[in-house]
Design a protein around this ligand. Structure first.
Ligand code: SF4
Ligand code: SF4
Length: 122
């Protein structure tokens, strides 16, 4: 169980095993990466950063977001492992993914995160 004193809920990470990756799939969305994350992933895939960006990212204003692929009736992150139903780059997943479900936005929108994530506990 993961607790965060700034949030009214805690998070049971064991639920990810039975969830099927709901936070990585569904509606289209952005998964932003910073420069360090881009460099680390490019190195992991033994690519130049530019090549990694070309293959796996889209540019949104002055930032990069991971590409998506079609999945079931919606979308999935390009790195969602469809067989295992989990993240294919787990140890290098962007901060945005690592900090879910403790996002500032959800502090005032608890019902939304509760609907999205079965690991939310009160
Ligand atoms: S939605 Fe919640 S339980 Fe499901 S994979 Fe994401 S973090 Fe884990
Ligand atoms: S990087 Fe991993 S955890 Fe983040 S959305 Fe993609 S598959 Fe999910």
């Amino acid at each position: 169980m993961i607790y965060n004193k700034d949030f009214s809920y805690s998070f049971d990470e064991n639920k990810c095993k039975e969830c099927g990756g709901k936070c990585c799939t569904g509606e289209s969305g952005y998964i932003f990466l910073d420069d360090i994350e881009l460099n680390n992933l490019a190195e992991f895939f033994k690519m130049q950063k530019d090549e990694f960006i070309k293959n796996y990212c889209i540019k949104i204003k002055n930032r990069y977001s991971l590409r998506e692929k079609l999945y079931l009736d919606g979308y999935a992150c390009i790195f969602f492992n469809e067989d295992e139903k989990n993240c294919g780059i787990y140890n290098l997943r962007p901060k945005q993914c690592r900090t879910f479900p403790f996002w500032e936005y959800f502090k005032k929108n608890v019902d939304e995160v509760k609907k999205e994530c079965i690991g939310i506990c009160f």
